[in-house]
Design a protein around this ligand. Sequence first.
Ligand code: ZN
Length: 265
Amino acid sequence: METVNRKRSAVWNHFMENGPKKARCSYCSNELSVSGGNVGNLNRHLRTKHPTIKLVEERQQQQLNGSAGPEPHIRPVASIETQDLPRATSSSSQPSIQNYTQSTKPLPSRRAEQIDEQLVKMIAKGHYPFSMVEDDESKKLSSLLNPQYALPTRKTISESILPKLYNKCIEKVKSEVQVKGQAFCLTTDGWTSINNDSFIALTLHYISTTSDETKLKSDLIGCVEYNERHTSENLKAFLCDVMAEWNTADYTTAIASDNGMENCE
Ligand SMILES: [Zn+2]
């Protein structure tokens, strides 16, 4: 019973169940306790730590309300309007079409989430600015593709969708490394940005073995700002922390770094 109730609460969209009485936040990975199926704790955490996340839910709620609720009797008016309006005023008829489709079919929140994720993947891989979602032409494109979908704001992307996707990705790679990984090596590369901030990128190389196949895999496991002095002690401590976090400390046989870092010693 308890589990069923827990699953039903919408707040679980933002947490992963971690054992019988624990929940892990999808955004900051903090662990919270859930006693007796009481999710008040989780709601409070979202409200105080991730105030923008409510926006996502409200947005999805609006999309859902667009079809259910007391709206439908308003919608037919909108659709008649669309028919009556001459085609030429397409800019003003567009919202009506949008209203009409919203009233017929809601965008399931799972679908909206899927689109959000794909959008963030595109931004991350293409190095696009977050501000692209607030661009008028992007909004037009999005509404042409799917009028029921509303683009998230920059803030929602940077504070909720991106960190959630990031954590999901890290968890996926971590579990793959832990389940299939053998014989680890680490390579690092360090550089300084135009703004004089130092970064280190870490790539984990390992042999991935399953019953079907064995292959060499390389995963970028971190690209972090590193402003400590690049002495060998500092770097050793940093790398040990990373290996401990990834549970590979006992199995890592070699670490290779480029000249840049060694020269800093
Ligand atoms: Zn959190």
